[in-house]
Design a binder for this molecule. Structure first.
Ligand code: FE
Ligand code: FE
Ligand code: FE
Ligand code: ZN
Length: 180
C-alpha cells in the first residue's frame, strides 16, 4: 500500500496497534497462568481488562479520524508473545519464572508505549485533539502497567538468592562497574 499522507500513515499505525492489542487479549490469560506470584497474576489479569478497553478505544480513534477500524498483522507483537511463551515454558524456580514473565510483559508494554507515543504525536500534528487525547489515555495506561511490573520485579529480585551473595571480594567492585 502506498502511503501519501500523514493521515494515512497514522491509520496504518493504528491498524498495527489494533491487531497488537487483540493479540494481547488472547495472550495475557496464558501469561497470567504462567505466573506463580498472586500479585503478578493479578497485575496481568487487571491489565487484560484494561487491554480490552484499549481495543475499544482504538475503535474510537478510528472514528475520530473518520476512518474504518481495520487491523493489519503486527508481526512484532506476534514475536514478543512467542518469545514470552518460550521463556515462561522453561523449567525454573517460581521467582525466576516470574521474573521471566515480567521481562516478557515489559517488552510488550514498551513496544506499545512506542506505538502509542508515535500515533499520539501524529494525531497532534493533524490537529485531531480527540484522537490525541484517546491515544494519550492508552499510553498512560501502558506506562502504569510497566511501572507496576518494575515494582514487582524489584521485590522479586530482592527475594532471589544469588551465587554472589557473599560480601564483596577484591575485584568485585571493578567487575561490577565494568559489567554494568
Ligand atoms: Fe495495550
Ligand atoms: Fe507492530
Ligand atoms: Fe528477542
Ligand atoms: Zn499493555
Amino acid at each position: 500500500m502506498k502511503v501519501t499522507s500523514l493521515d494515512q500513515l497514522l491509520q496504518q499505525e493504528l491498524q498495527d496497534l489494533y491487531d497488537a492489542e487483540k493479540q494481547l487479549v488472547r495472550a495475557l490469560p496464558k501469561m497470567a497462568k504462567a505466573a506463580s506470584s498472586e500479585e503478578l497474576r493479578e497485575a496481568i489479569t487487571e491489565h487484560l481488562e484494561v487491554t480490552k478497553g484499549q481495543v475499544e478505544r482504538i475503535e474510537q480513534v478510528f472514528e475520530a479520524l473518520g476512518a474504518k477500524a481495520k487491523s493489519r498483522p503486527c508481526a512484532a507483537m506476534k514475536g514478543l508473545i512467542s518469545e514470552g511463551q518460550e521463556v515462561t515454558e522453561e523449567d525454573a524456580p517460581e521467582a525466576l519464572k516470574d521474573l521471566a514473565v515480567i521481562g516478557a510483559a515489559q517488552r510488550v508494554e514498551h513496544y506499545e508505549m512506542a506505538g502509542y507515543g508515535t500515533a499520539r504525536a501524529m494525531a497532534e500534528r493533524l490537529g485531531n485533539k480527540e484522537a490525541a487525547r484517546l491515544l494519550q489515555e492508552t499510553l498512560d495506561e501502558e506506562k502504569e502497567a510497566d511501572q507496576k511490573l518494575t515494582e514487582l520485579a524489584d521485590s522479586l529480585l530482592q527475594s532471589v538468592e544469588t551465587t554472589e551473595a557473599a560480601p564483596a571480594r577484591k575485584g568485585s567492585t571493578a567487575r561490577r562497574a565494568g559489567g554494568a
